[in-house]
Design a protein around this ligand. Structure first.
Ligand SMILES: Cc1cc2nc3c(=O)[nH]c(=O)nc-3n(C[C@H](O)[C@H](O)[C@H](O)COP(=O)(O)OP(=O)(O)OC[C@H]3O[C@@H](n4cnc5c(N)ncnc54)[C@H](O)[C@@H]3O)c2cc1C
Length: 353
């Protein structure tokens, strides 16, 4: 049995930053994530994309943000159960919880924080009968490492931001990029659409609209895709390719958490945003993309804010008799559990005094 003060389900940016905020209060955290690596959507979906709205960072790659968060929480030595999905929660007589994963690992904590983002997410797959035969043999639903596509032929399908952005990015990496979309107009951002059209004009993207990939061909792995045009003049086209990447988004599923007796609204967990992001189960909080309340914004910076507020409440729940006085990190420093990793910045204290 793994024991901790705060058990965090989901090691995305919200869960990781919660470790930092809890660490400032000398609370120990353990994180569970279904994915094999921390970082949530930032690591899994768009590690190489720049983010522009993290305060203090004019631009930061999503993957670098995760690396920095991991560095920031290092002094607090969080525990990780990775590659396992939190499956069940059992409330104990003393009000604490035991959370068990799909692999049977048990975790015991007085406070549980759900930072599950989109939940256990699954990519939306196009209705191509033999697509599963080519998964990891030329078919990918997420671009993890763009360099894998260097000097290769790539067919991307989709009409949203992801498909447009990756087509633009890979136009400078792959030897040939085709973007197939079943309509003539795109759902994605206007400037991305314009950029794709410009790249199409100069021959860097082969833009194929009003058409769909309907079949995949290959012996050992993918060799070509069959594109069916909606306009009857060019009904079917076979395009040789090394990769087929349908980017139709992720279908968000809360997964097992949906059966925990929490109040759910539009696939998200309702929380008390007037106070502490606690759910309808006392001692269970929800922060980041997974929660909902009036005015909710699914942004990383909102998850960070919610993590800070949640930790204050969790502290009071764990130590009801102690009074916590908030200190700036410029005054308290960031010390580990043994208090020896980093000393308080005494010169700052001096300058304040
Ligand atoms: C392409 C793209 C671009 C984006 N750009 C921006 C941007 O520019 N700025 C911005 O602020 N936001 C952006 N976002 C949104 C941002 O990524 C999310 O707001 C953020 O990742 C939410 O963080 P989170 O920690 O709440 O959840 P997530 O990052 O979704 O992490 C949740 C984690 O919980 C895990 N999990 C879920 N259920 C379970 C379970 N039962 N057991 C174990 N683990 C579980 C998941 O595996 C996942 O790793 C973007 C999103 C995408 C897809």
């Amino acid at each position: 049995m793994i024991k901790t003060d705060i058990l965090i389900i989901g090691a995305g940016p919200s869960g990781l930053f919660a470790v930092f905020e809890a660490g400032l209060l000398k609370l120990k955290c353990h994180l569970i994530d279904a994915l094999p690596q921390p970082g949530g959507q930032c690591s899994e979906i768009y590690p190489k994309k720049p983010i522009y709205d993290i305060p203090g960072f004019p631009e930061v790659l999503a993957g670098d943000l995760v690396t920095n968060l991991m560095e920031q929480i290092k002094p607090f030595e969080p525990g990780f159960t990775l590659g396992e999905r939190a499956q069940t929660i059992d409330k104990q007589e003393d009000g604490s919880f035991i959370v068990t994963t799909n692999k049977g690992t048990k975790h015991h904590a007085p406070v549980v924080v759900i930072a599950g983002g989109l939940g256990s997410f699954e990519p939306r797959k196009p209705p191509i009968a033999n697509i599963t035969d080519f998964e990891d043999k030329g078919v990918a639903y997420i671009i993890r490492e763009p360099e894998d596509y260097r000097d290769k032929k790539v067919v991307i399908a989709g009409g949203g931001d992801s498909a447009l952005d990756w087509a633009i990015y890979l136009a400078d990496v792959a030897s040939e990029v085709s973007l197939v979309h079943r309509r003539n107009d795109f759902r994605g951002a206007l400037d991305s659409v314009e950029k794709v059209e410009e790249l199409s004009k100069i021959g860097k993207i082969n833009l194929i609209t009003n058409a769909e990939v309907t079949d995949l061909k290959g012996e050992e792995g993918l060799e070509s895709v069959v594109i069916t045009h909606k306009d009857s003049a060019r009904e079917k086209e076979i395009k040789e390719t090394d990769y087929f990447i349908p980017l139709f988004g992720l279908s968000p599923k809360l997964g097992p958490i949906a059966d925990w007796g929490l109040q759910i609204e539009k696939n998200a967990i309702k929380v008390d945003n007037a106070y502490d992001y606690q759910t309808n189960i006392p001692g269970v909080y929800a922060i980041g993309d997974v929660n909902t309340y009036p005015g909710k914004l699914k942004l990383i910076l909102c998850g960070f804010h919610e993590a800070a507020i949640m930790c204050q409440s969790a502290y009071q729940r764990i130590f009801p008799d102690k009074k916590y006085v908030m200190k700036y990190t410029t005054v308290s420093g960031v010390s580990g559990f043994d208090g020896s990793k980093k000393e308080a910045k005494k010169e700052v204290v001096k300058s304040i005094n």
